[in-house]
Design a protein around this ligand. Structure first.
Ligand SMILES: [Mg+2]
Ligand SMILES: [Zn+2]
Length: 235
């Protein structure tokens, strides 16, 4: 298993979505359901139908919520969890010397909290931020990108960062709308849910996965055959 460690190994970057990918369910959707009721979905659908994305609907949804941080953490603890095999995947990436990052168009509050619960809080991540002020909270999106303009956190930027860092192979793992921007630019894409449908519709190659147990099983072989196709493992 140390093949990719041998020196000098290829520089592998793994970018992973959080909601519904590293976490079992979409934590952001759960919080919106809890604090706003189900009707927010109609607002989001109307925005998506116009070809716009989260930079438009997030400020509409996260406006003057009367929720404290403590209250929100309690709801997260009661209703959200990491994929049980995600910590094992993190360990695998560490053993192999791969660079793993979480890229999320969700919120820092639950990503930090759920990672810390599993002592995984040293994994770098980018996301939107919830700001708590005077008993209210609002959203802040420090990672918007001018070239996209549609995503609160445009994940394409971390793909470009990987390219700038001369990553040999960029692996993307995701399941939803915010994963569409980076998926078409990755070397290998693991997809499920809406992202898998998007990849099929747009003729983008994607490896289907269900959760991190089958992703862990498929990952080494998928990566090896990609490396082989680029001549890395030959000679
Ligand atoms: Mg997701
Ligand atoms: Zn984008």
């Amino acid at each position: 298993m140390s093949k990719h460690n041998s020196n000098p190994g290829p520089d592998i970057w793994v970018l992973c979505d959080f909601d519904g990918t590293a976490s079992v369910k979409d934590v952001q959707n759960m919080l919106l359901d809890h604090f706003l009721g189900k009707s927010w979905r109609l607002q989001v659908e109307a925005v998506l139908a116009r070809g716009e994305k989260s930079t438009t609907y997030m400020p509409m949804l996260y406006k003057d919520w009367l929720a404290s941080k403590e209250e929100m953490i309690q709801v997260i603890d009661e209703n959200a969890a990491l994929d049980p095999c995600f910590p094992r995947f993190v360990e695998y990436c560490r053993e192999q010397g791969y660079h793993l990052e979480i890229v999320s168009d969700g919120l820092d509050i639950y990503i930090e909290h759920l990672l810390a619960k599993h002592k995984l809080d040293d994994i770098p991540f980018t996301s939107n931020r919830l700001v708590f002020e005077d008993g209210k909270c609002r959203i802040d999106s420090p990672f918007q990108s001018e070239s996209c303009g549609l995503c609160g956190n445009c994940k394409k930027q971390r793909v470009l960062a990987a390219r700038e860092a001369q990553a040999h192979c960029l692996v993307y793992i995701g399941d939803g709308i915010s994963d569409e921007c980076p998926a078409g630019l990755s070397d290998i894409t693991f997809a499920k849910g809406g992202l898998l449908a998007y990849c099929r519709e747009h003729n983008l190659e994607a490896v289907q996965f269900r959760d991190f147990s089958d992703l862990l099983a498929a990952f080494p072989e998928t990566l090896d055959s990609w490396l082989l196709s680029t001549d890395w493992l030959r000679g």
